[in-house]
Write a protein that binds this ligand. Structure first.
Ligand code: SP5
Ligand code: ZN
Length: 345
């Protein structure tokens, strides 16, 4: 299938990530892109292209303008304030503080716009995030116009990013931006199937009150895993969106059988919704060897997952989310793409 990728995504190259009480080398690293590209090139089965520049309008169709402004200038403001290290949020407007005031000071702004504290800001993050959304948009446009499959090698990932918050390694919600773009291009309905190990809290939040985007997420039970505060089965959408949000929280350590059964249920819902575009938030942190995951999916099983998704027979844009086992990430992603194509071969 058509693949979109850009070296600009590697400008997101933070030094640190807060993990288990230590600042470690980020799991969400540029090497992830290199390893996936290497596997794609070895295979030769999928053509790779640069994305086109869609500008900021599709971002503003989903994200808060002040949040965008914050991301565009956060690093410079941080440096101008005399700081040296990479900023992590140190105080957030939690339950007992006001969130109606946006501080003038950059450290305060970082807390205001953060939903998690593991993700450091860094020079180049904004530029990489811009490239990531262009990759998502290019893949979605290709899938729509050709009525085929496409893969966007998005980085940084997007599904944790809310309308006005970053975190979980995410800054712009690539899947939401692509879905909204497709709707603005004239399709009536889009479905987002999120198969990352973690719940897609940002995507859920963005479309929670809407009936034109069906959001389905298979993930580790938030009672036990990040993002902890969203992703439970009783979250089914509200207002006009009631019934258009479905979560499939799975126990830590779930087997491939359990996971695939949940996928079947979710795909049945996609089928009855009849979307004009299917966006798959593709995280391969469901892999048995993933340093953040606990699920048991093996490399050889990703092919079957791709084939099963292809059986929905919809124009489909796969967008990369998580996946941190860098040695195997290439084969795991390739398996999904090959499996998808094998359905049509
Ligand atoms: C896109 C994506 O997959 N984002 C995941 C972000 C998860 N970040 C928090 C991970 C928490 C891991 N807990 C560390 C405990 C160390 N023992
Ligand atoms: Zn994840």
């Amino acid at each position: 299938m058509q693949v979109y990728s850009s070296a600009q995504t590697k400008l997101r190259n933070a030094h640190g990530e807060l993990h288990g009480g230590k600042i470690i080398q980020p799991l969400e690293s540029p090497k992830r892109v290199d390893m996936i590209l290497a596997a794609l090139q070895r295979s030769g089965a999928h053509g790779i292209r640069e994305p086109r520049d869609y500008g900021l309008a599709p971002v503003l169709a989903v994200h808060d303008p002040q949040y965008l402004e914050f991301l565009a200038h956060a690093w410079d403001e941080w440096v101008q304030s005399g700081h040296q290290g990479e900023p992590v949020p140190t105080i957030v407007p939690g339950r007992n503080l006001r969130s109606s005031k946006i501080p003038a000071d950059i450290a305060g702004k970082i807390g205001f716009y953060a939903l998690a504290t593991e993700t450091c800001l860094s020079p180049g993050t904004y530029e990489a995030a811009l490239s990531s959304k262009d990759i998502a948009l290019s893949a979605a446009e290709y899938a729509l116009t050709r009525q085929q499959g496409a893969f966007g090698l998005c980085r940084p990932p997007g599904h944790h990013a809310a309308r006005d918050q970053f975190g979980g390694y995410c800054f712009f919600n690539n899947a939401a931006i692509a879905a909204q773009f497709a709707l603005d291009r004239g399709i009536a309905k889009a479905a987002i199937l999120d198969i990352d190990y973690h719940h897609g809290n940002g995507t859920q939040q963005i479309f929670y009150e809407r009936s034109d985007v069906l959001f389905l997420s298979l993930h580790a039970d938030p009672a036990c895993e990040f993002p902890y505060y969203l992703g439970y089965a009783d979250e089914r959408g509200s207002g006009a969106g009631a019934g258009f949000n479905r979560n499939y929280p799975l126990a830590k350590g779930s087997s491939s059988e359990v996971w695939l059964a949940a996928l079947e249920e979710a795909l049945l819902r996609v089928h009855s919704f009849q979307p004009g575009l299917l966006i798959v938030s593709l995280g391969v942190d469901t892999y048995a060897g993933d340093p953040l995951g606990t699920f048991a999916i093996q490399t050889a099983e990703y092919r079957q997952i791709g084939k099963r998704i292809a059986a929905a027979q919809l124009p489909t844009a796969f967008l990369l989310e998580g996946g941190y086992a860098v040695e195997e990430i290439g084969l795991n992603v390739l398996g999904v793409l090959d499996g998808f194509d094998s359905f049509y071969a």
